[in-house]
Design a protein around this ligand. Sequence first.
Ligand code: FAD
Length: 467
Amino acid sequence: MKYDAIVIGAGPGGYVAGIRLGQFKRKVLVVEKKYIGGVCLNVGCIPTKALIHSAHLLSKIKNAKRTMGLKINDDISYDIETLRKWKDKAVNKLTKGVEFLWKSNGVEWIKGFAKILNENSVEVIKEDGESKIFETENIIIATGSYPAIIPGFEPDGKYIWTSDDAVSLPFIPSKLIILGAGAIGLEFAYIYKNLGSDVEVYELMPQILPGIDKEMADELEKILKKEGIKIYTNAKAKELIKENGKIKMKVEVQNKEQIAEGNVLLLAVGRKPYTAGLNLENINVEIDNRGFIKVDKKRRTNIKNIFAIGDVAGMPLLAHKASREGIVAAEVISGVENEYSPLAVPAVVYTIPELLTVGFSEEEAIQRNLKIKIGKFPFSANGKAVASDEIYGFVKIIVNEENDEIVGIHILGPEASSMAGEASLAVEKRIKAEDLGKCIHPHPTLSEAIMEAAENVHKRAIHIVNK
Ligand code: FAD
């Protein structure tokens, strides 16, 4: 019995590849060692967003009680056990959904650890030690990533957490130190701050969210600091000492040594490709110097019938990038012409306010020698934002001056994630600022801020004084 494809890993890369192969009536087997839905559904995107939703509600209700005269007699608080259950319920609903979709599309799956024996056979070792060999025409590696560790800061699940620990909400530490101000570090800073922790974030680079448009990152930093999260950039962690239920971290901030004290340290310093045990070295699948599997636009590795997708195949480490690659690999295997070459891969940081970024940052556009024009529009001048008491942040649109085409959109503001689709479409299709500005947006909506930022490129936004 030979499969058309064996997919290793059931995250948003692998499970989506499985479904698309099933839609094309390919005989497909997905092998997953731990959990359907991978990191994203179980300990990443979904549970963090469930917790952020609750934390945001909590803070909104407190504010509304103060500012809008809403009468809530009891103190606003929460029950951690119920909160955990609600988060797990969201995860279970979605992972069960994946299983249902596989079944409906004729996709088989098996729980076990996959080892590639050669380009046509995969050994699956089950939890009880039993192993079985499966033959296949193609293999898709979708094994994802795991949290990066700094020597001397090894996680112990008690004092030193990774995101896997933090997302399980073991308890709310009175003082939480977070190492790394990327999306994961900042999202947990927001969650734990709003659930009652004192939070300090330390970032090695000169700005939070390294690589993201600096003006947007700086504005988010200001807002988070105002909310009471302490943030230090240019901060190099040197040493960690555990002592009587506390941790002390020696850290050099702007070249001056200081001590950070807390109950828990959360390591959020990036993620690494997960290839352990796959046997890549013996079958000669090429990896780059950071350990990511090398792939071409069709997501083929150097071995023609072995594909790699998602986190294990390189940056950016995002669920929707993994899924798109899964679709490309599945279609190529099914004989459909396709390749992965997007202009726009949107990314969202789900703090409140949210930060959406798609296309070039201002710095990147300048680095590429583009002559640019910039349009901006603040949410403080947007009717819906004012009516919802969420008047922070702004939209920034970066345009190629030579042809008016939009090359980057960055939104810091309320529900920025729900405006990501329009921003992504504009950048992917290189829509002109003139045309986006002409497109009628309903009133009152937050999305009007995008239209007005596009109009501001030509100094014609209506609800601000154009500069
Ligand atoms: P994964 O989701 O990592 O899945 C890989 C699967 O392969 C795992 O289930 C693993 O058990 C399995 N596996 C590994 N080796 C083997 C083997 N040899 N045999 C069998 N199975 C194996 N991204 C977003 O786009 N939006 C977000 O909001 C977001 N939030 C995040 C929050 C957190 C806290 C974290 C940690 C990540 C977040 N991400 C987010 C990133 C996102 O989770 C990843 O980009 C995404 O999960 C990658 O998908 P994948 O399919 O490549 O791998």
